[in-house]
Design a binder for this molecule. Structure first.
Ligand code: TXA
Ligand code: MG
Length: 332
C-alpha cells in the first residue's frame, strides 16, 4: 500500500535551500526549478531514495536518470571526459546540456540510477536555486523532470503539485523556468550523437565540435528496442487529449495551439486558442509550450490542433516534444 505523504511547498530562499539539502540527505524527494524544467531530486548515491523516486513518478526502472552536479570537477569524479566532452562542458556548463559519458571506476551514482548501463548522464544546471541546493547538499543529485512518467514536464511549481502532491516530500517554488524544454542530451561515443534535442541548439553544439552531430539509430527511439537514449520512448511528454500536428484548419470541438501572427480557417469555432508566440519567437514558444499544453488539456477539447512551427534553432526541440505528445497514448 502506498502511504500518502504530506508534500511541503516552500518559497525560494535560504530556508528552502537548507530544507531541501536536509531532505535530500535523509533520502527524501525534493522538486526544485532548473533553467529548463522543474526536476525531482534524490540523493544519487542512495539506492533507497532512487527506488522511491522511480515509484513516485511511476517511471520504469530501465529508464536511467541524469546526475546533477554543482561543477565540472565533481562531474569528473563520476564520469570520464575525453577532449570532446571537455570542450562541450567548458562551453555550455552551467547550462541546459546533458552529456552521456563512461562511468568512472568509483562512480558515486547508484547502479539503479543508471539502469545498469556503463554510462552516466550528467549536467551542471544554471538555475541559481538548483546550484544553491547542490552546493548545500554537497553530492550528486539525480533529477528527472518532476512530472508523472509520460506526462508533460513541469515549468511552474503548480504543475509539480498537480502531478506529484502526496508522492514526494518537498517542492521548492522558484517561479516559472526560463527555457521551458529539457536539456539537450549528447552521447559522447566514438562520434558525438544527439540523443535528445533541447535547450542548447544543434547548431551551437556543432559549432564547438566543428562537425555534425550524429543521429541515434532509428530503433533507438522505438518502444520495443532497448533504446540508446532509453527515455526517447515514442509517447513521452503527452497530454491526455490527442494532439494533431501541422494543422492548417480547425475543426469544431478542437482547441488550437497557435504560433505566429497568422490565423487559420475555423479558428472561430475552436474551443480554446493559445498562441505560443504571436511574434514567432522560438524562445518564447519553448517557454510557453508545456504550460499551454497542460492548459489546453483541461478545456475538454476533443483534440489539440497545433500549427506548424519552424524547425530551426529551438524549433527542433519544440517539434520533437510535439511529435512525442502526438504519438501513442501508452504511458511510459
Ligand atoms: O532538462 C533536463 O534535462 C531535466 C532537468 C530536471 O534537469 N531533466 C530531465 O530528466 O529531463 P528526464 O529523466 O526527464 O530525462 C532524462 C533523459 C531520459 O530520456 C533518459 O533516458 C536519458 O536522459 N538518459 C539518462 N541516462 C542515460 C544514459 N546513460 N544513456 C542514455 N540516455 C540516458
Ligand atoms: Mg522527463
Amino acid at each position: 500500500m502506498q502511504v500518502e505523504l504530506k508534500t511541503r511547498i516552500l518559497p525560494a530562499g535560504a530556508a528552502a535551500v537548507a530544507a531541501a539539502a536536509r531532505c535530500l540527505g535523509a533520502g527524501g524527494l525534493v522538486a526544485f526549478p532548473t533553467e529548463t524544467v522543474y526536476g525531482l531530486g534524490a540523493d544519487a548515491a542512495s539506492s533507497a531514495a532512487i527506488a522511491r523516486l522511480y515509484r513516485a513518478k511511476g517511471r520504469p526502472a530501465f529508464n536511467p536518470l541524469i546526475a546533477h552536479v554543482g561543477e565540472l570537477a565533481t562531474a569528473r569524479r563520476i564520469a570520464r571526459f575525453d577532449a570532446v566532452a571537455m570542450a562541450l562542458a567548458e562551453r555550455f556548463w552551467p547550462g541546459p546540456l546533458t552529456l552521456v559519458l563512461p562511468k568512472t571506476e568509483d562512480c558515486a551514482v547508484a547502479e539503479l540510477a543508471t539502469a545498469g548501463l556503463d554510462t552516466v548522464a550528467i549536467r551542471v544546471p544554471a538555475h541559481p536555486l538548483a546550484r544553491d541546493i547542490l552546493r548545500a547538499f554537497g553530492g550528486p543529485v539525480v533529477a528527472p523532470s518532476a512530472n508523472l512518467s509520460g506526462h508533460v514536464s513541469p515549468t511552474v511549481a503548480a504543475h509539480v503539485q498537480g502531478d506529484l502532491s502526496g508522492r514526494i516530500d518537498l517542492i521548492i517554488d522558484g517561479g516559472a523556468v526560463a527555457i521551458g524544454v529539457e536539456s539537450t542530451i549528447v552521447g559522447c561515443f566514438e562520434v558525438p550523437v544527439l540523443l535528445r534535442p533541447g535547450g542548447v541548439t544543434r547548431a551551437e553544439i556543432e559549432r564547438v565540435l566543428g562537425r555534425a552531430l550524429a543521429q541515434p539509430p532509428e530503433d533507438a527511439v522505438g518502444e520495443s528496442a532497448r533504446p540508446l537514449a532509453p527515455g526517447m520512448l515514442a509517447s513521452h511528454y503527452a497530454p491526455r487529449t490527442p494532439v494533431r500536428l501541422d494543422a492548417a484548419a480547425i475543426a469544431p470541438g478542437e482547441a488550437l495551439l497557435a504560433f505566429g501572427p497568422a490565423t487559420i480557417p475555423g479558428v472561430d469555432a475552436a474551443t480554446a486558442v493559445m498562441n505560443l508566440s504571436p511574434r514567432s519567437d522560438l524562445h518564447q514558444a519553448a517557454a510557453n509550450l508545456f504550460g499551454y499544453l497542460r492548459a489546453l488539456d483541461t478545456t475538454g477539447a476533443r483534440t489539440i490542433a497545433v500549427m506548424p512551427i519552424p524547425r530551426d534553432g529551438l524549433g527542433e526541440a519544440i517539434n520533437d516534444r510535439l511529435r512525442r505528445a502526438a504519438a501513442g497514448r501508452e504511458r511510459t
